[in-house]
Design a protein around this ligand. Structure first.
Ligand SMILES: [Zn+2]
Length: 179
């Protein structure tokens, strides 16, 4: 299951990567945040590790809801609490444009930046395309760039056919018990 796929808007490839990665430890997260230019220093990245996991966990719940699950009230609350805590607010620029910015302390830099990407994706009407693969043995995050945005597996060839096989086996099994 690839980290990036064709069709993901360039503005959201960092977010695509964040949702896809399973961070092994704080060092792994630190490297990731630096690679994507989200951390001004090692210390800033390290201090944000716990929050990164909280944000990633909540967003993955929202991604499940984008793929047919019921919305998770706790995950939504977590995201809203982070928005409050990091003081993310709209700011008007001299050109008359408006953009979200964090007015909180710089410690949470990478988390605020990721959260703003999520809010931008929602505003741009593409957040519903971020999904978790419905195959329980995969559960990888993916961006659904299909025209209809109705993909349910990250890969039709791997997870899609595995699910088809499973259904076929179940059908055969239940057909076998019918007298
Ligand atoms: Zn999958």
């Amino acid at each position: 299951m690839p980290e990036h796929r064709p069709g993901t808007p360039p503005a959201f490839v960092t977010l695509e990567s964040f949702l896809w990665w399973d961070f092994r430890d704080s060092g792994d997260w630190e490297q990731w945040a630096k690679k994507w230019g989200l951390a001004s220093s090692d210390r800033a990245a390290r201090r944000a590790y716990e929050k990164a996991l909280v944000l990633q966990g909540a967003l993955r719940q929202l991604e499940l809801a984008n793929n047919g699950a019921l919305p998770d009230a706790k995950a939504i609350r977590t995201v809203n609490e982070l928005i409050d805590e990091l003081e993310i607010r709209p700011k008007v620029s001299t050109s008359g444009g408006v953009a979200l910015a964090s007015c909180g302390r710089s410690v949470a830099g990478p988390i605020a930046a990721l959260l703003i990407m999520v809010l931008d994706a929602m505003t741009a009407g593409v957040w519903h395309r971020f999904k978790l693969c419905r195959d329980p043995s995969c559960s990888a995050s993916f961006y659904d760039a299909s025209k209809s945005a109705t993909k349910i597996w990250c890969s039709m060839g791997v997870c899609g056919s595995r699910s088809k096989m499973r259904r076929l086996r179940q059908r055969r099994k239940s057909a076998a018990v019918v007298p």
